[in-house]
Design a protein around this ligand. Structure first.
Ligand code: ATP
Ligand code: MG
Length: 374
């Protein structure tokens, strides 16, 4: 398909499409050439894919508030109510049916060959796409056996899917929250939990209560949505901040400083909004410090003992799906080291590590007495 037709499907002018073309990344999946928008571009969502003559819109960026009391009325100005759903900690996926095949798109609009292959193990989307071929099923892949972000959820023992949004494939228009939840129910698609619908005017207190409960269970947070799903807002728990910080400081030279800084700032605003006492804020400080220092100590000790550190993941799938996954990761420039590779109930279970070069090298150098000029 030529550019003229894509620009019509995207709803943008020809010259805007020409300007976009330079920023499109070209890839192929299973012999099918396609293009996608790998980063944010004006007018076209990051993650939008142009494939087999079809447009699959990217999933929008969700803004965050650091203060519930003021952030909620600000973001939902003019709305009466908001729905509060759980924010799950996994990786974003969009399923769309292209030329008869259900494909899984990553956040940046790549077809993820692994998620595409294991899709039917976690959810049967055929009845849904038969009835609604134009749908994009948006959700989070969660659970421990996951090649990107492993976080444990009670009752989830391997990779699993939870839907949290339903959009028109071409326009990106969302279904309203209630219609979406009914549809997923109808098609037996597992979804993220809905805590309830609250008046905007007093949602902050309710959200605070929900977030405290999630925090105690080491869960990530909430996404608040206007009933028509046009506006969204996220807020996360301290447990999630600590988990991210612990992870980042286990690989301190591979994580961006901004990543760490943002999470520390969130803690500052949360303690103030909650009006915590000196005792409480000291407890928060200790938990925060422990998250940072204990994980960093472990990494330094590992390298000191001659080992290497890196993101470790375990995946369980067919022989072929795992080969394809490892090839896909290596194709993205990652160095993958296999730590364990075994068969279990006819499936292959592989534990691998994404080698994080900078952290390994720098820790080694500092241990060897490298003098830092800082
Ligand atoms: P980006 O916003 O670009 O995805 P990010 O790392 O900032 O990147 P997060 O902080 O994880 O993203 O927040 C947004 C993501 O949260 C969504 O992209 C989605 O994958 C995930 N998510 C989990 N649960 C929900 C939910 N109930 N509703 C919407 N998004 C959810
Ligand atoms: Mg996330």
């Amino acid at each position: 398909m030529n550019g003229t037709e894509y620009h019509r499907k995207l709803g943008i002018g020809e010259s805007a499409f020409d300007a976009l073309t330079d920023h499109l990344e070209e890839r192929s999946y299973d012999g099918l050439e396609y293009r996608h928008v790998p980063d944010y571009r004006q007018g076209v969502e990051r993650g939008t894919a142009l494939i087999a003559g079809e447009v699959v819109r990217g999933f929008p960026k969700i803004p965050r508030t650091l203060v519930l009391e003021t952030g909620i009325p600000n973001q939902f100005d003019g709305e009466e109510e908001i729905a509060v759903e759980e924010k799950l900690n996994g990786y974003n996926v969009r399923f769309a049916r292209i030329d008869g095949d259900v494909l899984a798109f990553s956040r940046s609009g790549m077809v993820c060959p692994f998620t595409t292959r294991i899709a039917d193990r976690v959810v049967d989307l055929d009845p849904l796409f038969d009835a609604h071929p134009e749908a994009t099923v948006c959700g989070e892949m969660i659970g421990p056996e996951n090649p990107y972000t492993a976080h444990d959820y009670p009752g989830v023992d391997s990779i699993a899917f939870r839907a949290f949004d339903w959009r028109d494939r071409r326009t990106g228009e969302p279904l309203a929250v209630s219609a979406r939840r009914e549809r997923y129910e109808e098609f037996d698609v597992p979804q993220t939990q809905l805590f309830g619908t609250y008046d905007v005017a007093d949602a902050a207190a309710a959200v605070d209560r929900i977030v405290r409960g999630l925090d105690a269970e080491d869960r990530e947070g909430v996404v608040m949505k206007s009933p028509d799903c046009a506006r969204q807002l996220k807020y996360t728990t301290s447990a999630s901040n600590r988990g991210d910080l612990a992870y980042a400081f286990s690989l301190p030279f591979d994580y961006g400083r901004e990543f760490v800084f943002r999470r520390l700032i969130r803690e500052g605003f949360q303690t103030v909004e909650r009006g915590e006492s000196d005792h409480e804020v000291r407890e928060r400080a200790r938990d925060l410090g422990e998250a940072i220092l204990l994980s960093m100590r472990e990494s330094i000790e590992t390298v000191d003992a001659g080992g290497t550190v890196g993101e470790r993941h375990t995946v369980r799938a067919s022989e072929e799906s795992i080969d394809v996954l490892l090839e896909h990761l290596r194709g993205q420039g990652l160095r993958i080291e296999i730590e364990a590779d075994r068969r279990e109930d006819g499936e292959r279970v592989v534990t691998f590590r994404k080698r994080t070069q900078a952290t390994n090298d720098k820790i080694r150098n500092y241990l060897d007495g490298h003098i830092a000029r800082e």
